[in-house]
Design a protein around this ligand. Structure first.
Ligand SMILES: [Zn+2]
Length: 395
């Protein structure tokens, strides 16, 4: 499996100049390749790659960049072309690929070779990048596998990061299923789980989002293209980075909690809150939390040999988790009150229980029963029947 870590780089003045120069030359190469590509009716990836040596003859500065890093720009160009044609096939309106201006080009990549991570035994390690130098790097995680790729990124805030992709050869052992949890993702940034835990977006995230909105308003009043505005742009970018970082931190901890404590984790398969289209940047960062949470839980579960189970979201809020009766409710109704069996709980808690029930049902149908240790009331009465009917073909 492949894992990518993001580590901060601490280049000195000279190294930073080299990084900027590499970035610039890669951008130039990308644009030159795009121009070359556009001048042909049909040219393959390999044919276009053979143009690079000619570019080097025309501009000797390109020799300052590691050759495979330049080749990567060709790869990048073609993967952009592929995603463009995919969008076109899906019926999106697409234009042509554009030449990249400085603001739109922030990364360059070392693939397979030209880099080395050197353990110094100190707080900062060293990342050796061919033709650039030895840059101090802060690795807050151990690399256990072999490094396949390093992508250097310059952030709006002025910081430099390296995305280090490692390949780990590790057998994943499937864990037996003892504990199952259903998680309901609420619209108001609340998570409710079937063990009755309610988790709200932490207050410090909200505070940071408010500060971000404030900075954004202040910046919008500054004169366009002034150096003052530029200072505000950097301040804004730093605040944005802070917000994103603490959001990631919160989501990593939350997903870790569920994967460590449960063997099967069920969530709705619904396309998440982008349904509420939000133009406010800070708000949209908070809203995007739950989509990411699902993503983190699913990959962490996979690595731990645990089960991530998406279940059908339709009806989970309306159906009573205890008896299966449909209890229609409006969006603002926060309580679930079943007139059939008398079950009364918060609305989201009922959904979480229902999600868990659906998960148990799916496990029964899709996995051999021996892996399922927890055998509690799997279904409400209405569905025990249908399960029994299906039983012959299951067993
Ligand atoms: Zn009921």
């Amino acid at each position: 499996m492949q894992i990518t870590h993001k580590f901060r780089l601490y280049p000195n003045k000279q190294q930073e100049e080299n990084l900027f120069e590499t970035l610039n030359l890669c951008r130039q190469t990308y644009n030159d390749l795009l121009a070359e590509f556009s001048s042909w009716d049909n040219i393959s990836k390999y044919e276009l790659q053979s143009v690079i040596p000619n570019l080097k003859i025309c501009d000797s500065r390109l020799k300052k960049v590691y050759s495979k890093t330049l080749q990567y720009e060709n790869y990048r160009l073609f993967s952009n072309l592929i995603s463009l044609s995919k969008r076109k096939k899906k019926g999106h309106k697409v234009g042509r690929l554009r030449f990249k201006g400085k603001r739109w080009f922030k990364t360059f990549t070392y693939n397979q070779s030209g880099f080395e991570l050197i353990n110094t035994g100190k707080r900062l390690q060293t990342l050796h990048l061919s033709k650039i130098g030895n840059i101090p790097i802060r690795c807050h995680r151990n690399i256990k596998g072999t490094i396949k790729q390093v992508t250097v990124k310059h952030m709006q805030s002025g910081k430099w990061f390296a995305s280090v992709t490692e390949e780990r050869k590790q057998e994943i052992k499937q864990q037996p299923i003892n504990k199952i949890i259903g998680i309901d993702l609420g619209l108001t940034n609340t998570v409710y789980d079937s063990d009755g835990n309610k988790i709200v977006n932490p207050r410090h995230l909200k505070k940071k989002a408010i500060k971000l909105a404030h900075l954004q308003r202040r910046m919008s009043k500054k004169k366009k293209r002034s150096s003052n505005r530029n200072r505000w742009r950097i301040r804004l970018a730093r605040q944005y980075e802070k917000l994103v970082n603490s959001r990631e931190d919160f989501l990593h901890k939350l997903s870790r909690y569920y994967v460590d404590n449960y063997d099967a984790i069920a969530m709705e398969d619904m396309p998440i809150p982008n349904m509420i289209h939000n133009h406010k940047l800070s708000k949209s960062i908070l809203d995007s939390c739950w989509g990411k949470l699902r993503q983190y839980i699913s990959y962490k579960a996979e690595w731990a040999g645990k089960l991530y189970m998406p279940v059908d979201y339709k009806g989970t809020t309306q159906r009573c988790s205890q008896c299966g009766k449909l209890v229609p409710k409006e969006l603002q109704e926060r309580e679930h009150k079943c007139s059939n069996c008398g079950f009364e709980v918060p609305r989201d808690y009922n959904s979480a229980l229902e999600i868990k029930r659906l998960c148990l049902q799916k496990i029964r149908q899709e996995l051999p029963e021996s892996t399922l240790v927890e055998m509690e009331s799997i279904s409400h009465q209405g569905q025990i029947l249908s399960l029994k009917q299906e039983a012959p073909c299951v067993s």
